[in-house]
Write a protein that binds this ligand. Sequence first.
Ligand SMILES: [Zn+2]
Ligand SMILES: [Zn+2]
Ligand SMILES: [Zn+2]
Length: 356
Amino acid sequence: MEDIETLSAHIHFVLREGAIHRLTTKGVYCLTFNMQLISLPAFRRIKPDLEVLIRGRRGIRIEKARHHLLEGIYHDYLKTLPPEQWQYLPQAQYIMHIEGFKDFLDAPPDKRGDMAPGYAVTWLSRFIEEWTKGQQVEIVHILPKGQGEESFEAKLQRLELATSVVSCTMCKDKHHAGRVLIGWKSICRHRCSMLEGLRKPCVTYEISHTATAAAVSVVACVGLDPSIATADVMDARDDRFMCGDCLPENHRGLHGWKVYTWIECVSSVLRRLFIFHLVKCNGKYLQIQHAVEMSHSHMHKNPAWYLLTPEATRFVREHESPYPHPWHQIWRCNHCAHHFQNQVHQKDAIVHAKRV
Ligand SMILES: [Zn+2]
Ligand SMILES: [Zn+2]
Ligand SMILES: [Zn+2]
């Protein structure tokens, strides 16, 4: 009797709203296994609940199969676009909201049904265009108010300034790359990528005032006007800087000052430093540590950047590791969709590009 009660409770637990979606393969195996142990009368007792469970599981299976079909069509469509655009395109999960797919996705879950790729594709290019515009509207909305009336295009242009520093709120307290994003492309790339350890893309952003102040000081340091200098101009200069507030550090057997690119100068102010101080407790001194943002440490209250001379910059660049690193599996062919899903080392991408 205890078995049937446990089994019945298990089925009711699974049937609770939402729990059926989380039922794992192991969970299904346990249910099936226990089912073999119960008597026929006991089975009849739980049969109605069991039927609800089976219908629910079939619905989920069919929903997944429909998503899978649409994702396949979407990926095939992306492969027809130039590879350099892929990193700026929305994740497949968003196409499930396309109006033209509603009837297919909402159809009764008795069979998967079908979707003609030709019909699906007619919705995709407009969807990408509208999604991109929607994201841009959201992002320019967080910019501080400009002078007078400003059109959407003017705001979008302002986003390209070296001093429009956007920070991803979901990466804020982590060591992810989204802490300093400058320019629409950089924001969009972050929005479209799925970071390791996260189950959802990063969707909320804010202006980082601390990093903006750092960007203003770096742009002014090279003699440009922070109100008009763009990130592209700063990238093209490819200057190197040293921080006048930092102490020399030990790195790979060398003792000296760290050299920064302009983006590194901006992101360095958000870096966490560990401050140690002594506290007297019961007559004994204890060492306490706490983290503060670099810009809040007393040494970095007023940024002091030093621009390296062209000779020193050339020397530093010659000794830097290449970026992006050739050994990271992030490379793909720019002429075809061969590496759409599986990116490779730079060496392999070059071999492929030479062969085709
Ligand atoms: Zn993020
Ligand atoms: Zn410093
Ligand atoms: Zn290729």
